[in-house]
Design a protein around this ligand. Structure first.
Ligand SMILES: *Cc1c(COP(=O)(O)O)cnc(C)c1O
Length: 396
């Protein structure tokens, strides 16, 4: 099918939650994509931070092939070997003790929200259920997670929101302490706000949140849906900041595109979930767990967190060199989560980049966001920077 044929059918039969998507990709290999007309693109969006190993990584393809030919699904009524292996890998590489598997980032955050309420009640604070989240956050699209997401654009039309969330500015410890009360049970925060504009924490902010949680007996929960899996230069984002939370949520890159999410917690907290309190039919099934095991092993075998630091710094440096010539405010981020912050609306620039063969996205109006695969090399970074420069020269 051509792009316009795919678009015609999709527009007729799929509820229009995504607007005009423009392109239809039909093949991917490494950091490259091809559209239905055969045009090649460099993918610096990585399926929204999902394709951490790029497209069609042989080890992931092989794991999926082998698993699909053997057994896909039995439900969580039975033990699942790759799920057990995956859990051990995640726990061996974190400060957490146990995990719960689901299918997406929103579901992982749902699990965290439920666990925070349950744990706090179990510990005797039966009236404490409020969770503090940050302005410009993004935690998902279910009712609980849009409520946790402190951006009114995601609430409009869906009111009433779930009870029990308090919003404060990101990176503001005083504002956070000011809303803590006897009703508060947890703080939920992204170590770096990606969707909200690649907002990075000041030195001491995450540590300050840890201290507030310890002082007031609250759970510190990190939404690492985008920052885990090596993207910031350590396997989990929190390891880059040396601040250990009580609960971690993850999804996006975990299965390299096979849907899977996970919530990890310290043992004492995790033990508030017991048989019957939470479940997901597909959560951590054979296929998604096998894909995740192969993905994680590859991140370690190929030393990709280290590569994310090197390539991230190279990308940031290349983009900074364009600063004097074009309306660039700054380059923000860490590892391979980077934002090119413009002084002007960045949407026309994002559109021009795609036209010129670089897939990227504009977030929060002014920010061109880059979430490339972690296994890119210097030549890929140079190719991307050249396309950004060419696109800037055409737009500005
Ligand atoms: C994408 C994202 C989510 C939601 O994940 P879904 O898989 O779309 O439900 C939650 N939190 C953060 C930080 C994300 O980037």
């Amino acid at each position: 099918m051509t792009t316009s044929e795919i678009k015609a059918v999709a527009t007729e039969y799929i509820i229009n939650t995504y607007g005009d998507r423009g392109l239809a990709f039909v093949k991917g290999e490494g950091p490259y994509l091809w559209d239905a007309e055969g045009k090649k693109y460099l993918d610096f969006l990585g399926g929204l931070a999902v394709n951490g190993l790029g497209h069609a990584h042989p080890k992931v393809v092989e794991a999926i092939r082998e698993q699909a030919g053997n057994i896909l699904h039995t439900s969580n009524l039975y033990y699942i070997q790759p799920q057990a292996e995956l859990a051990k890998l995640l726990i061996d590489n974190s400060d957490m003790d146990q995990c719960f598997f689901c299918n997406s980032g929103a579901e992982a955050n749902e699990a965290a929200i439920k666990l925070a309420r349950k744990y706090t009640k179990d510990s005797g604070r039966t009236d404490a259920y409020e969770i503090i989240t940050m302005d410009n956050s993004f935690h998902g699209r279910t009712m609980a997670t849009i409520t946790a997401t402190a951006q009114t654009k995601y609430h409009i039309g869906f009111e009433p929101m779930l009870e029990g969330f308090k919003y404060v500015p990101f990176d503001d410890l005083d504002a956070t302490e000011a809303v803590i009360s006897e009703k508060t049970c947890a703080i939920l925060v992204e170590p770096i706000q990606s969707e909200g504009g690649v907002n990075i924490p000041s030195d001491g902010y995450l540590q300050g949140l840890r201290e507030l949680c310890d002082k007031h007996n609250l759970l510190l929960m990190f939404d690492e849906v985008q920052t885990a899996m090596g993207r910031l230069g350590t396997f989990f984002g929190y390891q880059s900041y040396g601040v250990v939370p009580d609960v971690i949520t993850m999804a996006k890159a975990l299965g390299s595109g096979v849907p899977i999410g996970a919530m990890l917690a310290k043992r004492e907290v995790a033990e508030s979930f017991v048989p019957g309190t939470h479940a997901a039919t597909f959560g951590g099934n054979f296929l998604s767990s096998a894909a995740a095991v192969a993905t994680i092993k590859t991140i370690f075998e190929e030393n990709l967190a280290v590569n994310a630091v090197k390539m991230g710094n190279y990308l940031a440096g290349g983009l900074m060199e364009l600063k004097g010539k074009y309306p660039i405010k700054e380059v923000r981020g860490k590892g391979l989560l980077r934002g090119l912050v413009m002084d002007v609306d960045a949407k026309p620039l994002a559109a021009k980049c795609i036209e010129n063969g670089l897939v990227t996205i504009c977030t929060n109006d002014y920010v061109l966001r880059f979430l490339p695969p972690l296994n890119i090399n210097a030549a890929h970074v140079e190719e991307a920077v050249n396309i950004v420069e060419k696109s800037m020269s055409e737009v500005f």
